[in-house]
Write a protein that binds this ligand. Structure first.
Ligand code: DON
Length: 310
């Protein structure tokens, strides 16, 4: 094995060893009851590069609930499907509010601040349900293709749990519909959104799947165009300003990479021109971001000198 790869593998293992214990500073999400039963001390990390290397440590093959990381796949699908008209229905500004907040949505007449807060992702889910005959299947097919793995699945227990405890998301969707910004029927939009959030994937699968965002929209393994270079730039810009919710400023300040978190404990960070880092540890901080997941990404970025602001 190449010496740089061996070095990176040792660095990842060392980072896991030092960071893992800080998971006690966080709390596993329990507002979706099915997520509360995940073991809090599991942790993993994968780094996939455009050059074709994948270096990992810990429980990097353990599937976890991707939750809000799915918003990035959905956004790319919607951009591909309806082009620039998407930006008349959702904006590209940070919200400065928790990911599930409804307050701003009324002031701003049912137009979500960005596509990665819950309101924005529900809007994107509406675009998908109204433009695909079977949006859930189209979504799963898209993700499986990107990961190069047909066995990626929707965790039905998490899906049912989200559906039963999804009144906050239903309120966001109905409010947007009352302003005329949702086309499909709300149960269909919610069912799509909860399905995509309930997909289970590993760090390794996620890191490989998002390589196109680090490579101007082209999957470096298949050479296929997944989105335009302009859209890859736009997604990365949104992830830089809003992907870590109300902690995006701090994450840009201290790490400097476009990133997306999920309440399942995953953190995915894009390093344009280099690759993707994906970490996982279930306990979350008060912003809904994984405590250890963020430290692991920060550690790798620091070790390798990766930042878009250098
Ligand atoms: O709708 C929800 O609240 C969840 N299905 C997803 C939220 C989420 O992952 C926020 N990320 N940190």
């Amino acid at each position: 094995m190449n010496k740089n790869i061996v070095d990176l593998h040792e660095k990842l293992q060392a980072l896991l060893l030092t960071q893992r214990d800080s998971s006690i500073q966080g709390k596993v999400a329990d507002y979706i009851p099915a997520l509360a039963s995940v073991k809090p001390d599991l942790a993993g990390i994968s780094v996939a590069t455009i050059a074709g290397n994948v270096v990992s440590a810990g429980e990097y093959q353990h599937p976890f609930s991707i939750q809000s990381i799915s918003k990035v796949f959905g956004l790319v699908m919607a951009m591909n499907r309806i082009g620039d008209s998407l930006w008349q229905r959702v904006r590209m500004e940070p919200s400065g509010q928790p990911f599930n907040s409804i307050i701003q949505l009324e002031w701003e007449k049912g137009i979500p601040r960005n596509p990665v807060i819950n309101a924005g992702a529900l809007l994107v889910s509406d675009v998908l349900t109204s433009h695909f005959s079977s949006s859930k299947l189209a979504f799963l097919t898209f993700v499986r293709k990107l990961a190069g793995n047909e066995s990626i699945f929707v965790d039905n227990q998490v899906y049912q749990s989200e559906l039963t405890h999804g009144n906050g998301n239903a309120a966001l969707a109905y409010l947007m519909k009352s302003f005329g910004n949702i086309e499909s029927e709300i149960p269909e939009v919610l069912s799509h959104y909860f399905t995509q959030c309930s997909i289970a994937m590993s760090c390794e699968q996620l890191a490989k799947s998002f390589l196109f965002l680090a490579n101007k929209g082209i999957d470096p393994r298949t050479k296929k165009t997944i989105c335009t270079a302009r859209d890859a730039h736009r997604v990365n810009a949104i992830l830089s300003t809003s992907g870590m919710y109300d902690q995006s400023g701090e994450f840009a300040f201290s790490v400097g990479l476009p990133a997306k978190s999920g309440v399942g404990g995953g953190v995915m960070a894009v390093v344009p021109g280099y690759g993707v880092i994906c970490s996982w540890s279930p306990p979350l901080n008060s912003f809904g971001n994984s405590v250890v997941g963020m430290s692991l990404v920060a550690g790798v970025a620091e070790e390798l000198g990766l930042s878009i602001y250098h």
